[in-house]
Design a protein around this ligand. Structure first.
Ligand code: HEM
Length: 412
């Protein structure tokens, strides 16, 4: 019998102990029993097989997200990329805000938030609604609908495409490529290739064309924004930096929001009483979006590089380690939440950590919330009742974003 054979992986243990493995397909199907055991028995957990640490309690996770001096993003926030940077010397592109600490992060984020304003986001509501109406009207009178294939894959892509100014004909290719880069084979770590990390080359021709034909989109704003760089020089972004920014936005804005829509289909399908309340009173929808984000986060963990020794619960996480900050476990920590395994749209307990916290807090949170709300308003207006067709539902095989590739439902 191999060392692995006595492991009860997928329920909650390995060799009888609390365990977590982000690549394990069975655990990923329902990670919450594993998260609970980590919180209770191993709040500072070390995975010997893949050599990473994990924090799971709210009281440890939340401060870790603001403590960038210890928990650094400089080698990325994806475990496999941190390993590739530390082990194989893979280099990260400049301008990818998610892969930076201050002062570079402060500068790049400041620039991005200047062009990515709440006012610009609010102005999008009518367009987002028009996309949803166009997609959903085609299903009126139909018996089947897929929250991911029909809505989650389509609408966020159109929105980010419109924001960036990516022509509609190019959008499916952009989404496919961004998703593919994050895909893992079941049970295996991500294969990291330096030339694929935040690689914006596919936008190259388009950015050159846009430079000559300015418009009212984010790409034009990025091309023209003047700022003071780390050497105190006033300048605009280089072409390479604009390409990286564009890819970061296209990547961050598509898959996460698409997965949220899949989870809304599943969770509300399984809670018909709460769904009917929402249909009767759409003003409850924003609270339902927050509760869904808490209950089933599209990204259950954020990774960090440990830049200096960290002591916690009597253990030392040494400098040079990789650590997974399990926001999905903190979102269900019974030390912080009342009855956290219950889905409750009336929960009034403050914020979850699904958009992160602190200096990397999601720049697209208001846009994602808007897309989720408008999508649900339009879905519930047409289809107040549905049932999940579990046999056709497929969980995506990726360890970075957790959600459905397919979430089919029977309408009515
Ligand atoms: C449900 C949808 C979404 C979720 C759950 C989500 C989640 C997150 C999380 C957890 C982070 C922080 C990562 C870290 O601390 O390492 C983040 C950062 C970011 N997100 Fe989102 N996101 C969503 C949608 C979007 C959208 C729609 C956009 C843009 C169009 C976007 C753009 C960004 C950007 C630019 C950052 C980097 C911020 C920084 O490093 O300072 N996100 N997101």
């Amino acid at each position: 019998m191999s060392a692995d054979d006595d492991a009860t992986v997928g329920t909650s243990t390995r060799h009888g102990e609390a365990y977590y493995d982000p690549y394990d397909v069975d655990i990923n199907a329902d990670p919450y029993p594993n998260f609970r055991r980590l919180r209770d028995e191993a709040p500072v957990f070390h995975n010997d097989r893949y050599d990473f640490w994990a924090l799971s309690r709210w009281q440890d996770v939340e401060p870790a997200l603001t403590n960038w001096q210890t928990f650094s993003n400089a080698r990325s926030d994806i475990l496999d990329i941190i390993k590739a940077v530390s082990g194989a010397g893979v280099r990260l592109p400049k301008g990818a805000v998610l892969f930076e600490d201050p002062p570079e992060h402060t500068m790049h984020r400041g620039l991005m938030s200047r062009v990515f304003t709440p006012r610009r986001m609010e102005a999008l509501e009518d367009r987002v609604r028009a996309f949803c109406v166009q997609i959903l009207d085609a299903f009126v009178g139909e018996r089947h609908f897929d929250f991911v294939a029909d809505l989650g894959n389509e609408m966020p892509m159109k929105v980010i495409g419109m924001l960036l100014g990516i022509p509609e004909s190019e959008q499916p290719a952009v989404r496919k490529r961004s998703d593919e880069i994050l895909r893992t084979r079941p049970g295996e770590p991500l294969r990291v290739r330096e030339d694929q990390i935040a690689d914006g080359r596919m936008f190259g021709d388009y950015i050159d064309w846009r430079a000559k034909h300015p418009s009212d989109d984010l790409m034009t704003a990025l091309l023209n924004a003047e700022f003071e760089d780390e050497r105190g020089e006033r300048r605009t972004l280089t072409r390479e930096e604009v390409l990286t920014y564009t890819q970061v936005l296209a990547g961050a804005g598509n898959e996460t929001t698409g997965r949220l829509i899949g989870w809304l289909g599943k969770v509300l399908g399984e809670h018909p009483d709460q769904r009917r309340e929402l249909a009767a009173d759409p003003s409850l929808i924003p609270a339902a979006i927050e509760e869904t984000l808490r209950f089933e986060p599209t990204g259950p963990h954020l990774a960090r590089y440990v830049a200096r020794d960290f002591e916690c619960h009597g253990r030392t996480v040494p400098e040079g380690s990789a650590v997974l900050i399990l926001v999905g476990a903190a979102n269900r920590d019974e030390r912080h939440w009342t009855d956290p395994d219950r889905f409750d749209i009336h929960r009034d307990q403050g914020r979850h950590l699904t958009f992160g916290f602190g200096l990397h807090f999601c720049l697209g949170a208001s846009l994602a919330r808007l897309e989720g709300r408008v999508a649900m308003e339009e879905v519930l207006r047409r289809f107040p009742d549905w049932e999940v067709e579990h046999e056709g539902a497929r969980l995506a095989p990726t360890s970075t974003v957790r959600g459905w590739d397919s979430m089919p439902v029977r309408l009515g």
